[in-house]
Design a protein around this ligand. Structure first.
Ligand code: FMN
Length: 202
């Protein structure tokens, strides 16, 4: 008789979300939007990233968040990729709102203005994107996918890939922030070339 390959595994019931039962790697970005009163909002998102090979960016949100409603109304959002030493700032952007609906902690976060839209980005992040809303796809349970087209992109010189520098050295000198969901993070410094198969092409 062959051994049951599932015998020793822990089954995860799928009537409840499974994503907090083990660690998985995600990026951590800060999404910037403009509030209805003209203030700027920043909020961290880890379910986020490029959508395909062209210049689309998407993040998971919910209509309960101001970020969703702001992006829908203003048809634009910004994306900042914070560095590992900015993780506290990224976390502060998730602070609860005051009774008057404002997020007081945002006032302590350093920002730079967006170039194309009325918006801000988290200063000293290593990548800045400005996105025009492309569409929102609702009803993944309580969540929605907010999709934008990247219309402006800037990368800090120490994070930019260059022909005269080894990729490994770029990442070592400018570590990347990884979010290890749930509730952990890491600074990724030591990296290796991926073992692509001979003849690989996407
Ligand atoms: C580390 C971290 C990651 C988060 N990732 C997401 C995410 O991917 N999607 C999401 O909808 N909310 C995420 N959140 C929660 C919201 O971004 C957060 O509650 C936000 O402050 C809502 O603010 P808003 O109402 O101004 O949009 C995350 C929060 C933290 C602390």
């Amino acid at each position: 008789m062959t051994e049951d390959p599932y015998a020793e595994l822990v089954p995860l019931g799928t009537h409840h979300p499974i994503w907090d039962r083990f660690f998985w790697v995600a990026p951590l970005v800060v999404i910037g939007t403009r509030e209805v009163n003209g203030d700027f909002d920043l909020a961290p998102k880890h379910m986020a990233g490029p959508l395909g090979w062209q210049n689309y960016f998407s993040f998971v949100c919910t209509p309960k968040h101001a970020t969703y409603r702001n992006a829908q109304r203003e048809k634009a959002f910004t994306v900042s990729y914070p560095r590992p030493d900015q993780v506290v700032m990224a976390g502060l952007a998730a602070s609860p709102r005051c009774d008057d609906g404002s997020k007081a902690t945002l006032k302590s976060l350093p920002t730079i203005p967006a170039r194309l839209f009325e918006g801000v980005l988290l200063r000293d992040s290593y990548v800045y994107l400005e996105c025009q809303l492309d569409r929102i796809v609702d009803d993944f349970g309580v969540n929605s996918l907010v999709v934008g087209k990247v219309l402006a992109a800037h990368v800090h010189p120490d994070a930019a890939r260059r022909e005269d520098r080894d990729d490994q050295d770029v990442v070592r000198d400018c570590p990347v922030l990884a979010y290890l969901s749930p509730h952990r993070f890491a600074a990724v410094r030591d990296t290796h070339s991926f073992p692509l198969p001979e003849g690989f092409s996407r």
